[in-house]
Design a protein around this ligand. Sequence first.
Ligand SMILES: [Zn+2]
Length: 480
Amino acid sequence: MLFNRTILYLCYVLLCFSTSTSANTESHEHDEYRVQLDTERKLLMVVACFKTVVPDSLIAGSANANSLITSASLGQKPGQQALLINRARITLNSNAKEPCVNYQVDLKKLINTSDTGRINVNIGNTLSSKAGDWLWLPAGDTRTVRIRFSLAEGLVASAPWRLISRTKRDTVFEFSTDEAINESRVYIGQFALRELQVKGAKVRLVIMGKISTSKIDKLTAWIRYGAESIVALYGHFPLVDPQIVIFPIGSYDSAVPWGEVQRDGGCVANLYVDQTRPLKELIGDWTLIHELSHMIHPYLDMSGRWLTEGIATYYQNVLQARVGTLTEKKAWLKLHQGFQRGIKETEPGESLVNISSKMRENRMYMRVYWSGVALALKADVVLRKNNNSSLDTVLEKFQGCCLSPNRTWSPSEYISKLDELSNSKVFSELYEEYAYSDKFPELNELYELLGLVANKNKVSLSTNTDAKNLRQAIMGKRKQ
Ligand SMILES: [Zn+2]
């Protein structure tokens, strides 16, 4: 599904708790922001202390921030010298000895800045915000910043940044100011947090709203299944601290009607889930595996969407077969039927790159997604047949050298890197052949090698040993 799709969160700030906690001082090698909620005055109280050099000014991370901030002054508490806030900039008195600045943000206005999207979700007593709406950061040089949320009992904070520590009252995150954190979604309120250890990663799970412990346990088991399915790709999870946010939406016409991956300040998969469904039905839905499969590739711009959706959709099916959710035959059938949908939507006249760039307007998802799957499958087969390698191996190498949620790659950069890592021209040759073509990728030779015998919307599997082995190498069950 889509990246960076914004969603309307119906947020209600909890208004019945006090905010009398204080932060401990931690390491001095970074700037530290302390964030508290003043629920009586409905303010977010921020104190920023600069441990290295006091900056000349703080700048806002969004166009909304200027209208949300109510005041700023020198020192850790309001009342000292007021600071000028003008045109999304707080000017500091650089001659002052004071290393701290405090400012306040109007929560009433903050919660009104929620975005509109596809599914309305009631996330109960939780404040949902974009960091850029309230986080004013030092202008100029790159710095390491720690954000300490000091919250009243019963409240927790969640952000996609690196988690440094979490105690009953305090949660500390860290990021560098050269990371794109303005769109980072930050939640403060009452929701469930879980940590899941899978090979290669500690998955941070956030379950919004107020649901029963048994449902939280069920959703946690479902996420564990999903994360372990990704491990079946190359033996470990691609990211060390991925975050997954579940929005329970109640009874719905499908188990997981929406999922998306966001990469602003850290990789997060958001999943909208009918929590009333039994675990078996949640596992039977492909959305979770699809979204987590997006964590194996970097962020590409829209012209590369066919590549990233192709990789995610390919592995969504392959990994479900490897962990036994789909039989091998069913997985091949799903690929075949997907290709048929892509072929049906492909009309002469526009290249795949053009269609991919305008996918949201033209809604030609099937052509875009399944052309990408054809590239992924073809690359996998060629690497296995001719290069004694596989797509799994190349993507694992990419993970080892280059997978960072903070970098955007152009499609051609990504393709070149995959060529380099596979010591081949497999990816660039397929890219050249497909990207600028107005035809759906040719499948006959691929089907022959795999022993897939197509009959309209059905597919049967040949008994040829080479073909069988190749199919098995791709889809065969893996030991967990
Ligand atoms: Zn997707």
